[in-house]
Design a protein around this ligand. Structure first.
Ligand SMILES: [Cu+2]
Length: 123
């Protein structure tokens, strides 16, 4: 009885460690933001002329938003999520002074949801 119990326990532990390994491995396969323009936490003397996000791997972007600290939206874009893209670029009209937050969502190539954000300040 004790033997059977131990074997089950061991099998359970094996299953858990396997799923941990798989889980970590899949995490690595997901795309992340690699380069952003402006850089995260940048403090700019002048408003940026464009917004750029470059990803570590191709991604299907589903939405991108740019909002001020007061919650005002400057850009909310729902992109063609069927297309795989490695970067996104938007031209911006001059933004007033303030703090801005960019949020994006998308699907990795394996169709798992991914998201990211960054912020910057216009002095
Ligand atoms: Cu995944």
């Amino acid at each position: 009885m004790k033997f059977v119990y131990n074997r089950c326990l061991r099998r359970g532990l094996l299953a858990i460690s396997f799923s941990l390994i798989l889980g970590t491995g899949m995490g690595w396969a997901h795309s992340k933001q690699q380069i952003t323009v402006p850089e995260d936490k940048a403090v700019l003397e002048e408003p940026p002329s464009e917004l750029r996000i470059q990803f570590t791997k191709p991604i299907r972007i589903t939405s991108v938003s740019l909002t001020s600290q007061h919650g005002k939206s400057f850009l909310v874009d729902y992109v063609d999520s069927m297309k795989l893209a490695e970067k996104l670029t938007y031209n911006l009209d001059a933004l007033p002074r303030g703090e801005y937050h960019v949020k994006w969502r998308g699907l990795s190539e394996d169709s798992h949801p991914v998201k990211g954000n960054f912020s910057f300040t216009v002095k």
